[in-house]
Design a protein around this ligand. Structure first.
Ligand code: SAM
Length: 294
């Protein structure tokens, strides 16, 4: 996988007095541009370049090494879709953890399930969380915020030490360069498998099925070597290139296709409901072909 060039001037470019963010998609030799209304914040942390911008279309945006991560206008879609499918599929998720924190949106969704007393969020870069708290989602904006326990560590190292005790793990990883590279190794998938209880479930974000075909395919293939139940699923996130985004759920016992949807906590969700839950597993033929390398 390409090693992303890290430089503020590399992906923010001024054209005719307008500032644009250019997100590089190395697999297809292309870039996607976002007009920036204001560059509000920038820093180089020990792990990556963190910036916050305001955009017309998507509101405020967290950008890591030049790649949009989450926005105030459509971030709810990603947060709901990485979280609720696993949380509903498991009969009673109690021990829940997340690798990759950012603005911690998925952990707030997970706390809608009463069986969860606490969620561990393992984030390698504390600066991302601090910057998000200052500029994106203010601390204390959720009534159960106190149930989020932050662990500032490399998720690859943390997962190795877990002893088969997680019911649900959400892997909210960034693209496979910089600090997240290790979260794409086959050994990482094995460590994840080992950390889950006999009926444990994991979800990985797996990129655009079109723009990041090898990530999507490799995630499904790697998990299929370990878990009896593996399903890719899709949602539509306007911010991200191409709009269509993928996740992969892998489970030791519970099958999301047979989930009891009365467990789904969708009272105040804006994307997921019982219908979109079921529909997300329907893959168009061209995406099935991508999965099979055709
Ligand atoms: N959806 C997120 C949000 O709500 O802000 C964006 C999170 S972003 C996809 C992924 C996060 O994973 C980043 O905050 C990044 O610092 C973190 N990360 C990258 N590599 C990591 C690693 N090896 N261990 C733990 N966290 C990592």
């Amino acid at each position: 996988m390409t090693n992303r060039k890290s430089s503020l001037t590399g992906y923010y470019k001024e054209t005719n007095e307008e500032l644009w963010l250019w997100d590089d998609i190395p697999e297809l030799d292309m870039e996607v541009g976002y007009k920036v209304e204001a560059l509000l914040y920038y820093e180089q942390s020990p792990f990556q370049e963190i910036s916050i911008v305001d955009t017309k279309g998507f509101g405020r945006m967290l950008v890591l090494d030049g790649t949009p991560q989450v926005t105030t206008k459509d971030g709810f879609i990603y947060n709901e879709m990485i979280t609720h499918i696993a949380m509903t599929t498991h009969n009673e998720p109690k021990r829940v953890a997340m690798i990759g924190g950012g603005d911690c949106g998925p952990s707030r969704e997970a706390l809608k399930y009463e069986s969860v007393g606490q969620i561990d969020v393992v984030e390698i870069d504390q600066r991302v969380v601090d910057v998000c708290r200052a500029w994106m989602t203010k601390e204390g904006s959720h009534e159960r915020e106190g149930c989020i326990r932050m662990i500032y560590r490399d998720g690859y190292k943390w997962i190795q030490e877990q002893k088969k005790n997680l019911d649900v793990l959400l892997v909210d990883r960034s693209d496979p360069y910089g600090p997240a590279t290790s979260l794409y190794k086959q050994q990482f998938y094995q460590y994840v498998y080992n950390s889950l209880t006999d009926d444990g479930i994991v979800v990985f974000q797996s990129g655009s099925p079109y723009y990041n075909q090898s990530i999507f395919r490799n995630t499904v293939q790697s998990l299929s070597k370990l878990f009896p139940i593996v399903h890719p699923y899709l949602c539509t996130i306007p911010t991200f290139p191409g709009g269509i985004w993928s996740f992969v759920i892998a489970s030791k016992k519970w099958d999301p296709l047979e989930a009891d949807l009365s467990h789904l906590q969708w009272q105040d969700t804006k994307y997921i409901d019982p219908e979109t839950f079921k529909a997300s597993f329907v893959l168009p033929s061209y995406i099935k072909n991508i999965l099979h390398g055709k």
